[in-house]
Design a protein around this ligand. Sequence first.
Ligand code: BG6
Length: 497
Amino acid sequence: MATIIPVEDFDCVVFGATGDLTLRKLLPALYSRFRDGQFSERCRVIAAARSDLTHETYRTRAAHALHEHVPAAELPPDKLSAFLDLVFYARVDGARADGWEPLTTLFDGTPDRIRVFYLATSPSLYGPICRNLSSNGFVTAQSRVVLEKPIGHDLASARRIIEDVGQVFSEQQTYRIDHFLGKETVQNLLALRFANVIFERLWNADVIDHVQITVAETVGVEGRGSYYDTSGALRDMIQNHLLQLVCLLAMEPPISLQADALRDEKLKVLRALRPIAPHEVAQLTVRGQYAAGAVGGKSVDGYLKDLSESIAGTGHVSDTETFVALKMEVRTWRWANVPFYLRTGKRLPQKVSEVVIQFRDIPISVFPKQAAQMQANRLVIRLQPEEGIRIGMMTKDPGPGGLRLRQTELDVSFEKAFSIRYPDAYERLLMDTVRGNATLFMRRDEVEAAWLWVEPILDAWANSTERPKPYAAGSWGPTASIALIERDGRTWHEELE
Ligand code: BG6
């Protein structure tokens, strides 16, 4: 049983409180930490938004969201009502300099308390909100700001936002969320690599042939069309989540788990990514857009139709990609000539996030050819669902009749090993912001280095007359993504197929 270490009393002010992220993720995460006793009823969740709501009407909305997103068994009425008692509503327009009295009133008398300002809004509001928080005197030494991704839509806009926020909050007070880093299984990559000698010694180009990362989703663009269509899979998933996974897989052992020690190592990986030159983009990347098809036995519309439903009243033509596959290199001695293949997309057949470390073939086989089709070792790290690791290894087929070999799997299911609920990533990350632990958050230079690498791809796509390649919803993306890896004599991990 995990021990819950309570955090100090805090006020968490969430801007964008009527939005999808707050209702679907942040409130359930805060509720779960409260239910488990990690914070007391003296703490407050202050929901801030422009809508004209009262504390009571917002609480009703919050209750509704919790019923929708938290299993009933985890929502006993006494806990729910105790949690709702600590939820308050402040009607403010973050972009305007005036009208901040509701927050002044709520903050009155709590100057020393930890204040977490969570900005779950459009990134264009990050600067204005921070300025207004400062000019109203709300920012104290005990304050911190949490910024949701995406931070900007390219390097220049990211820098502008970072500068604007930096006028008010120091780097130590700024927590840039990449919720993948809050996933238990993503943190487990650190344990796997640095708490076990057997992997680390083999974690290099001598024995690793290539690495694959797949983050597949079955959902489409849902109601997020206006955001997603300006973003696309490269900005939405690769620039942050997948590059962070690359960092954790490729980095050198950090000297400690202190925030900067870990982030220094991740930064080195981002800076070692070989830039993809404009003329290589067509060869090393594939962008796709889902067309109508079927997922989980149900017919679904294509992206353009989803988009017109999401952004009412518009007949859309869009070159936004909902799928990306690419081949990249980490230019360090450890990873020289070991390609990393990444792919992510919406409306794929399964929701699955998986890392495959494909080892090299044995140098010489002493076994007769007829004994076995030799297969190289493979480490499969399943991040979600059915979290666990599997190692494919050659073993002898038991019994008489000659020496026959086949690949079997050493299979460790984390779910079975630890029969506890996996907390949502936001639970951990929210408590880390209160504790002041920035280890699992992105530092400014990481965000910038990630944009720097991604930008030439975005530019080349923007300058190309070629549209994203269509793929049927429910397939594994455009066939070009299969060709991307097969050209090199390799295949995507077939168990996904
Ligand atoms: C978000 C993206 O950051 O991550 C979404 O904006 C995506 O488009 C989501 O669906 C995936 O996260 P998870 O936790 O469901 O794997």
